[in-house]
Design a binder for this molecule. Structure first.
Ligand code: BGC
Length: 457
């Protein structure tokens, strides 16, 4: 207990920070659920509405486009209205959008609903990690922001489970509509949370900021932290969008945007969105076997995220990134070789199924403790406070743009180039990612956000 009577966990994280992270992470859960649910729901939507390939493609990809657009809007909202307001808006948008999808009586309404769901995802992917990062003590910030990624993975897994459970009833309206409840929970929960202390200082609300800093770190020196925040802010620019082009911000922006893009172009969503097809092309003929293997992938994704939660503030960001990306390169290369050999000798198909399961499972483990959580973490911690909201927004939009491109091109690439070549391309992009991490990414473990901005000066 502290002198104020507030319970404190052994590692010094107040119950308050745990609450902040848990509520903001609901947005991560919706991010995962709503990106995962469509692969199952689309089968039954097509029964209800006549669809062309174009309207089907739009129904699936509207979320990604919505997220891309809303990420930029979230930059303005998080800067002017605050981090908390951005998360409240995300919750409300999720709730309204989920209802719209559930009651849609035409394809255009459904596409509009899915676009709006994407807007919720864009708002939460900017506002969630940034809010958690700004409200966490430096020594445990990595663990807490990784909870956002954990929530994404749980959301994806729940989507697979809900789709399987509701498949017999063809209940796509429920599949899309259940997001209403967590959306409302996020909005209401966030109204009970305080604003980020860093945003408060930026607004000149020092007394409020000091009160939140004392809640965050009951044993820490709130006055000292406030003084450091003020000094840091005074040394920075005015917080305008045009400053993003300034030379002093460039190194950080290059790292943030590059990490965001590398997270996608190394193929994660080819696996997450298309796993059943990959398993089928590797010889799993029944739908049940392919779906079972997909649920297994979802479970491994959740479990392996705990490796990051455990190690990110101990080993640091960079060692995890290097180990994870190395593993991703190796597993993608083996997958490529296995698919190539299978094409060369049509008889070796039985091995391909086993190799595919093992490689995809290992690939997911490597992603889940590296590029998955650490990209969202580093995007929210590497930028100086004055320009953080805008820079996070641009990096997040880049992530969604790359996600859109990869999910659009994966079927085209496997069709025209072949599965083996597609996996080799992702492996090659993994090598580029590794070289970039080694050369340009700084270690941010244990540093306060203000100390991290000094790294670039
Ligand atoms: C990525 C998503 C991906 C998910 C998989 C997230 O970090 O941003 O695109 O689907 O991880 O767990």
């Amino acid at each position: 207990m502290t002198t104020t009577g507030r319970p404190v966990r052994d590692d010094g994280a107040s119950l308050f920070v745990v609450m902040v992270a848990a509520i903001a992470a609901i947005g991560g859960g919706l991010f995962g659920y709503d990106t995962g649910v469509i692969s199952g729901a689309i089968l039954y939507i097509k029964e209800a509405f006549p669809m062309t390939v174009t309207t089907e493609g739009l129904t699936v990809s509207a979320v990604t486009l919505g997220a891309l657009v809303a990420a930029m809007g979230a930059g303005v909202l998080a800067d002017r209205g605050g981090r908390r307001v951005t998360n409240i808006a995300a919750g409300l948008v999720f709730a309204v959008a989920s209802i719209l999808c559930a009651v849609a009586t035409s394809v255009p309404t459904l596409i509009a609903g899915r676009f709006l769901v994407g807007c919720g995802i864009g708002l939460t992917s900017v506002g969630g990690p940034m809010y958690i990062a700004e409200a966490s003590p430096a020594r445990i910030r990595g663990t807490f922001v990784s909870l956002f990624q954990l929530a994404i993975t749980v959301g994806i897994l729940l989507a697979y489970i809900v789709c399987t459970a509701l498949a017999a009833a063809h209940a796509w309206r429920w599949m899309l509509g259940v997001g209403t409840f967590p959306g409302l929970l996020l909005a209401i929960g966030m109204t009970l949370m305080p604003e980020s202390p860093r945003w408060l200082v930026k607004q000149g609300r020092e007394r409020d900021a000091r009160a939140v800093l004392a809640q965050i770190d009951p044993h820490g020196d709130a006055d000292g932290a406030l003084a450091r925040l003020k000094t840091d802010l005074a040394a920075e620019g005015q917080g305008t969008w045009s400053e993003l082009l300034h030379r002093s911000l460039r190194p950080a922006l290059i790292v943030g945007i590059a990490l965001a893009v590398f997270q996608q172009v190394t193929g994660i969503n080819a696996v997450i969105y298309y796993a059943p097809q990959i398993f089928q092309s590797a010889g799993f003929t029944s739908d049940a076997a392919a779906l079972g293997a997909t649920t297994g992938i979802g479970t491994i994704n959740v479990l392996a995220t705990f490796i990051a939660i455990w190690l990110v503030d101990r080993a640091g960001r960079k060692p995890l990134l290097i180990a994870g990306v190395l593993g991703m390169i190796a597993t993608l290369a083996v997958l490529g070789l296995a698919f190539r050999d299978n094409v060369a000798s049509a008889s070796s198909g039985s091995n391909l199924g086993v190799i595919t399961v093992v490689c995809l499972a290992a690939y997911i483990v490597f992603f889940a403790f590296s590029l998955g959580p650490i990209v969202w973490l580093m995007i929210s911690e590497i930028y100086p406070l004055q320009n953080r909201a805008q820079a996070v927004a641009v990096s997040t939009a880049a992530n969604w743009g790359a996600n859109f491109l990869v999910s659009l091109t994966f079927p085209i690439m496997t069709h025209h180039l072949g599965s083996a070549e597609t996996f080799f391309i992702y492996a090659a992009l993994g090598i580029v990612t590794l070289l970039f991490v080694l050369a340009r990414v700084p270690e941010t473990k244990g540093r306060t956000l203000e100390e991290i901005s000094l790294l670039w000066r």
